[in-house]
Write a protein that binds this ligand. Sequence first.
Ligand SMILES: Cc1cc2nc3c(=O)[nH]c(=O)nc-3n(C[C@H](O)[C@H](O)[C@H](O)COP(=O)(O)OP(=O)(O)OC[C@H]3O[C@@H](n4cnc5c(N)ncnc54)[C@H](O)[C@@H]3O)c2cc1C
Length: 262
Amino acid sequence: MEILVCVKQVPGSSNVKVDERTGLLVRPKMGNKLNPYDLYALETALELKEQFGGRVKVLTMGPPQAKDALEECLWMGCDEGYLITDRVFGGADVLATSYTISQGIISAGNADLIICGKQTTDGDTAQVGAETAEHLGIPHLSNVTRVIRIEDGSVVVEANQEKMIVKERIKLPCLISMDSEVNTPRLPSYRRKKAMDDSLIHTLTFQDFKDQDRSHYGLKGSPTQVQKVFPPEKNSERTILEGSPAELSGKLHQLLSDRKFI
Ligand SMILES: Cc1cc2nc3c(=O)[nH]c(=O)nc-3n(C[C@H](O)[C@H](O)[C@H](O)COP(=O)(O)OP(=O)(O)OC[C@H]3O[C@@H](n4cnc5c(N)ncnc54)[C@H](O)[C@@H]3O)c2cc1C
C-alpha cells in the first residue's frame, strides 16, 4: 500500500506579503513552517502504515526552502520525500498548482491513497486536494474525520458533511482531504532526525514531468489574474447607541439593516 501525503510550507506568521506590482505572494526564505492542517493528514497516513503496512511518501510544491518541510515529515516517520520545484512553476494559481502537483504525483510513481490537509493557513482556498484528484481522474472526498479501514481495494471513511457525518466506501486509488483536529499529530523524532538520509528526498523539476507543455504551468497556466492588491480600508468610525434595552435592540436592528448586513 503506497500512501502519499501532500504538504505545503507556509509562512510562520499570519503577516503574508503580496508584491503590489505583480500581485504574487512573496514567500519569506526564513521563518516558515509546515501547514498545521497537514499534520492531521500526516498522522492519518502514519497510523494507516502502522495498521496496514506499506510506505508513506510526502510531496510538496514550493521554492527550494520547502525541502525543510519534507525533512520534518521524514523525522515524523515518512519514508520518502518529493520536492517539486522549478522556475517554470512560479506564479501558479490554484488550477496550475493542482495540475503541477498531479504531474508530480505521476512522476513520483503514483499512490494507492493520496491524503491532503483541509486547507492552508496562507492561500486558504481548500481547493487543491479536489482539483488534484480531478486532474488525476480519481475519486475524492473532503472533510474526512476518520479512516475506518482499508479492504478489498477500497477505503472506508467517515466524513463531516456539515449537517451529518457520512460513511463512505471509496475505490482506491483515491484522494481524501482530512478535517482538522481529527487526531493528535506525533512530534518529529530526534533519533530519526539524527539518522536522516538526504537521499530520501528527491527533487522533481519540469524536465521530470510527463506533460512537457509549458503553457500548463506557472503564470502561463493560471487563468486567475490579480488586478490590484491593496490593504483593507481602516474604519474607525463609531456610533454610540443610547436608550433602554428595547430601544437599543430596535436601533441596532435599524442600523444593521440600513447597512445591508441583515
Ligand atoms: C494569480 C495567483 C498567483 C499566485 N502566485 C503564487 C506565487 O507566485 N507563489 C506562490 O507560492 N503562490 C502563488 N499563489 C498561491 C497558490 O496558487 C496557492 O498557494 C496554491 O494554489 C495552494 O492553494 P492554497 O494555499 O489555497 O491550498 P489549499 O487548497 O487550501 O490546500 C489544501 C491542501 O492541499 C495541499 N497543498 C496545497 N498546496 C500545496 C503545495 N504547494 N504542495 C503540496 N500540497 C499542497 C495540502 O495538503 C493542503 O492542506 C498564487 C495564487 C494566485 C491566485
